[in-house]
Ligand binder design. Structure first.
Ligand SMILES: Cc1ncc(COP(=O)(O)O)c(C=O)c1O
Length: 494
């Protein structure tokens, strides 16, 4: 009998006849639309234990020897995902800096994978590479960053910052840094004490070691103390160290603080340092007219990290690094082995970053930017900031809640039992347990911050489904769980 591969029309097991593909795809899209409609009625998370989730999956099942019908498989996958997931698209999800996906982005992901361009090289992704370039320029326009900048899509905020850090290392570390490595030199990077942990990974990956990071103090609003920065640079230079980069935050992860970017830019000019801005969370707020002034000086950054999978609502993953001078990315990342044959006059993205084969992350962002427009994003981001202030005000009014900070779209607060005047440490323990219960129950989802040594609950609204009613429900919910935990701990103590 003829083997499959000998036939004129080979039928591989992974291929799907178009009728089968059409029918399975339509069913899946219907299923997803129903799921999206059902979100407000669901809990944010079922709060199941790892063993319960593994049981639902039948996690120890052996690899199937033979194949299964695709339609049934997709149905089972949808059931597993919709019954056992945490939904960051839920109107009352405000944990970390994590957004729900824009529906057009979901469809964009499907389209991107259908064409499946390899966005490492222009020849392998002609239209996709051009769309990526246009999207980068539109993001720069939105942020009022020079539109003749270069840049590329990466997986998320960490990578976007790490790419900027490595570009700074190559630009300021001299030509030999890529051939000889750090070679005993004491390169130093500066950032505020509120900076996200990506900087530790960056210093580690760059071969500098985490002790090369100088954590500079902050003022009462958690913004970098620029005089302390200047003093630390002087001290390091006097000790024979080599300062090379300063990070400015455009929206810190804990409280949404925006560092004095213009002043940091001036320090960088004074000492000849690379100015990198971490705008992964907050930079996109520059599109909202009421917040734009906070970001004055951001256009002076040598590199800028932004995260479309946060406030542009791109499905995860989509981070983005912008660099004022694209040649600096080439200087940091480009290699041309003999087996490359990509000689066209166009951008080859393998030249600009750490990846070789690259997915088409830009499409979902490109689609949403046009579906919504600048005005649409200004309105949505502005609304998130207004809702965060409303949450802060509603919490501040409650006698058993202590409102702590509000910046961009982040509010922090904690539960303090009525009339409490005991040990500070007890409140930390109480709020920690409160958060664990709140997260597990799934009526709403918060994360935490530590504010001046106090354990705080933290709500970060990057959520286009959240309404005023949602944010106003938080105070009662937190107090209800707070009283319950307080009662139990005290009963246990007695
Ligand atoms: C300010 C800031 N930088 C970097 C990151 C890291 O982003 P990602 O989780 O996409 O890697 C975050 C994440 O919340 C952030 O808030």
């Amino acid at each position: 009998m003829m083997k499959q591969w000998e036939r004129e029309e080979r039928r591989s097991p992974v291929a799907m006849p178009s009728e089968e593909f059409r029918s399975a795809g339509h069913k899946l899209v219907d299923r997803i639309a129903d799921f999206l409609d059902s979100l407000p009625q669901r809990r944010v998370t079922p709060g199941e234990s790892p063993s319960k989730v593994r049981e639902a999956l039948d996690a120890n099942r052996a690899l199937p020897e033979s194949g299964t019908d695709a339609d049934a498989l997709l149905e089972r996958a949808a059931e597993l995902m919709f019954d056992h997931s945490l939904f960051n698209a839920h109107p009352r999800f405000w944990g970390y800096v994590t957004a729900g996906a824009a529906p057009i982005g979901m469809l964009g992901e499907l389209l991107a994978s259908a064409a499946n361009p390899n966005c490492g090289a222009w020849l392998l992704s002609p239209m996709a590479s051009e769309i990526e370039g246009q999207t980068i320029r539109w993001i720069a326009e939105m942020l009022r960053y020079p539109t003749d900048c270069g840049g590329l899509f990466v997986s998320g905020g960490n990578m976007a910052n790490i790419v900027g850090f490595l570009a700074g290392r190559a630009a300021k570390g001299g030509a030999e840094i890529r051939t000889k490595g750090v070679d005993g030199r004491r390169l130093r990077a500066y950032c505020s004490a509120e900076t996200h942990t990506w900087i530790q990974k960056a210093a580690d990956i760059a071969g500098l070691g985490t002790e090369s990071v100088r954590w500079v103090g902050v003022d009462d609003d958690f913004r970098m103390d620029v005089e302390a920065l200047r003093a630390r640079i002087h001290e390091d230079v006097a000790a024979g160290d080599e300062p090379f980069l300063v990070v400015g935050n455009a929206g810190t992860v804990s409280t949404g603080a925006v560092d004095p970017l213009r002043e940091i830019a001036a320090v960088c000019r004074e000492f000849g340092l690379w100015f990198h801005v971490d705008g992964a969370y907050g930079a996109l707020a520059a599109v909202a007219p009421e917040a734009a002034h906070l970001f004055a000086g951001m256009d002076g950054a040598d590199s800028l990290a932004v995260d479309p999978h946060k406030w542009l609502y791109a499905p995860i993953e989509a981070g983005c690094t912008l660099v004022r001078d694209v040649a600096k990315l080439r200087d940091a990342f480009s290699y041309h082995p003999a087996y490359y044959h990509f000689g066209v006059e166009a951008t080859n993205y393998f030249d600009l970053g750490p990846q070789n084969s690259r997915g088409f992350r830009a499409l979902k962002v490109w689609l949403a930017l046009q579906q919504v427009g600048r005005e649409g994003y200004a309105q949505m981001i502005g609304d998130d900031m207004r809702l965060s202030r409303a949450m802060y005000e509603s919490v501040a009014k409650h006698p058993e809640l202590e409102a702590m900070t509000q910046g961009l779209s982040i509010a922090t607060f904690r539960y303090v039992p009525a009339g409490y005047s005991g040990e500070a440490e007890y409140l930390n323990k109480l709020n920690q347990e409160l958060l664990t219960r709140l997260q597990q129950r799934g009526e709403a989802y918060l994360s935490n911050a530590v504010i001046g040594g106090k354990y705080a609950l933290r709500a970060c609204i990057v959520n286009f489904r959240t309404s005023l009613g949602d944010v106003e429900s938080v105070a009662e919910l937190v107090v209800r769980i707070g009283r319950e935990v307080d009662g139990e701990i005290r009963a246990g103590l007695n």
